[in-house]
Design a protein around this ligand. Structure first.
Ligand code: OXD
Ligand code: MN
Length: 598
């Protein structure tokens, strides 16, 4: 029983799951400080986490996961649409009735010996007409404390929900305890018994067996991307894997930019960038997800549905991203980092040497010269957005912020120039549909070549990717004022010369490219036509103070016909995957590119 809500549908739903999962008790989360402190106390006492040195990291905790549970599991992630075709060629599909049958067997008694927590959460500022309310059931206190950082969570959400509808999100770590059985620090199920499943028609999420990140914090990838992308298609808006930043020029004019990049392209770094060009300022709305809807004025407005950052820790430093470093000065949950003898944390490239005696994420003691892996490469910090020094004053504005430009990009050592602009919305959609990163076979066990990650949504699109392309085209067609659509650009910070040297310094210097993007939106920068789109004039990007030759810039902006002809062949291969779901408009864009290269 709960006094927190009278929503009968919600109460019935919780009761049904409690009957199936058979927890020892049910706790409705109110989201209070007191509740949060109590949960951490319980977890510290149980040995699930360590409280960090309060003088160094106030109100912060470190957890280590089971070695089988360190990241999202794409091969255990399923889109269970009624028709296989609706999941499309880029998703794992499973029949919804079959999947529910399989999972119900697993959920039976899965919370024995544990508490069932009910987490009411809002993705987006409470009460925003772009926001959505979800309820997550979980048996993990780690999930509860993370969700309190990553979402607006607790009683206030139930107050806004009233007797309205919510997105049901079911989660269990899948590790029941027999009577008297001692718990482990990180309960979870073996890899082949983990299931991250989505039911797009009924907008439900069922997750089993993993306690880590996107597998378990169901508001993030599962709701705000996979399920929201389906809702967005039905309702005429966009749910995207994009950061959102505000950029102000030296004259005080401000614009907002959204940007999509595949993993490992520095999205959080770009979202929190400190410009190296004088007088410019960047502020952060979000680092991972953007929900965008047309306002009454015909402009596209974006909100960040999240309230925190679930950032990759390794390589985050005072040098690469001081704003992220300071976001996790306090009130932070660390997962799979090293624990130093003085109660602080450590990861690779944090900016100082690893102290002797640091305990690595697998419990091994590090001493200088030893080969102990101190932090896992996917170690994370969960930090409050409000603690970010460059958080934008409008980050919680329920109306969202108007988006002037959308950037796409990937890691492309050759072929793709530093920046180029789409001629129009359809051409920009084409740009988004072909992004990807070049991978070496050794890096992540994939075939070498360009791994296409359309719109950076490959693991996150909740329906057929071909239909998703079509939805983007439709958004352009239905815009009431085409002139108000965001301008679309492709950027590539990762271009190398023939000797393998990076041609572009990246990080804060990416502000130089953002400034050109800004000026294009402001109508104050020229561009030159090329077969692939609009390029900056050779001297348009400010390189003052950089150790770069004019030739480097020439190289960075070069469009090599031969390489682009080879690229066209690769795009044809990529598009072929989508068969008759590929929108005609994109086939036309490819034909236009081919013709322009001829
Ligand atoms: C993330 C991801 O963790 O995109 O944000 O993988
Ligand atoms: Mn992401």
């Amino acid at each position: 029983m709960t006094t927190l809500t009278k929503n009968q549908k919600l109460i019935n739903w919780v009761n049904e799951w409690a009957t199936i999962c058979q927890p020892d008790s049910v706790h409705w989360c109110d989201g209070s400080e007191e509740e949060n402190d109590r949960l951490f106390d319980i977890m510290v006492k149980a040995g699930a986490c360590v409280k960090l040195n309060d003088k160094k990291r106030p109100n912060s905790y470190a957890f280590n996961s089971d070695p089988s549970d360190v990241a999202r599991v794409e091969n255990r992630t399923f889109i269970c649409s009624e028709k296989e075709e609706d999941a499309g060629p880029t998703n794992n599909w499973a029949d919804p009735a079959e999947m529910k049958k399989t999972l119900l067997e697993k959920y039976k008694g899965c919370m024995k010996g544990r508490t069932m927590y009910i987490i009411p959460f809002s993705m987006g500022p409470l009460g925003s007409n772009i926001a959505k309310i979800g309820i997550e059931i979980t048996d993990s206190a780690y999930v509860v404390t993370n969700m309190r950082i990553m979402t607006r969570m607790g009683k206030a959400v139930l107050d806004v929900l009233g007797d309205g509808d919510f997105i049901p999100c079911m989660h269990s770590v899948g590790a029941p305890l027999a009577a008297g059985q001692k718990d482990v620090a990180w309960p979870c199920a073996p890899i082949e018994q983990k299931y991250i499943t989505h039911f797009p028609e009924t907008k439900e999420i069922w997750s089993f067996g993993s306690g880590y990140g996107g597998n378990a914090l169901l508001g993030k990838k599962c709701l705000a991307l996979r399920i929201a992308s389906v809702a967005a298609k039905e309702e005429g808006w966009l749910a995207e894997h994009m950061l959102i930043l505000g950029i102000t020029n030296p004259q005080g004019v401000k614009k907002y930019v959204a940007a999509a990049f595949p993993s490992a392209c520095g999205k959080t770094n770009l979202a929190m960038l400190i410009p190296t060009i004088p007088g410019w300022k960047v502020e952060t709305i979000g680092d991972d997800i953007a929900w965008m809807k047309f306002g009454k004025d015909g402009q596209l407005y974006a909100i960040n549905p999240e309230a925190g950052f679930f950032g990759v820790a390794p390589y985050t430093s005072e040098h690469t991203n001081p704003n992220a470093m300071h976001s996790c000065d306090k009130d932070t949950i660390y997962t799979n980092v090293g624990l130093t003898p003085d109660g602080d944390i450590w990861w690779d490239e944090i900016g100082w040497d690893c102290p002797d005696g640091t305990i690595g994420w697998k419990g091994e003691k590090y001493t200088k010269g030893s080969d102990v892996q101190v932090a896992h490469p996917n170690a994370r910090f969960t930090a409050k957005a409000e603690n970010c020094p460059c958080i934008d004053p409008k980050w919680e504005d329920p109306a969202g912020v108007p988006i002037s430009a959308i950037l796409f990009g990937g890691r492309r050592p050759s072929t793709v120039p530093l920046v180029y602009q789409a001629r129009d919305w359809n051409h920009g959609t084409f740009m988004g549909s072909i992004i990807g990163s070049e991978v070496t076979a050794a890096a992540i066990g994939l075939a070498a070549g360009v791994r296409r990650d359309p719109f950076a949504m490959l693991p996150f699109c909740g329906y057929n990717m071909g239909d998703y392309f079509g939805h983007w085209i439709k958004i352009g067609e239905t815009a009431t004022d085409k002139n108000k659509l965001p301008k679309i650009f492709n950027v590539n910070w990762f271009r190398k010369d023939e000797s393998g040297r990076w041609l572009w310094p990246g990080f804060g210097d990416n502000s130089r490219v953002l400034a050109w993007v800004f000026d294009r939106c402001n109508g104050t920068a020229d561009a030159v036509e090329s077969p692939i789109g609009l390029l900056p004039k050779e001297d348009a990007i400010n390189i003052e103070g950089l150790k770069m030759s004019a030739n480097d810039m020439k190289e960075l902006l070069k469009v090599d016909k031969k390489l682009w002809e080879a690229e066209v062949a690769l795009i044809e291969e990529h598009f072929a995957r989508f068969g008759n779901k590929l929108p005609k408009a994109l086939a036309n864009e490819l034909a236009t590119l081919k013709a322009k290269l001829a």
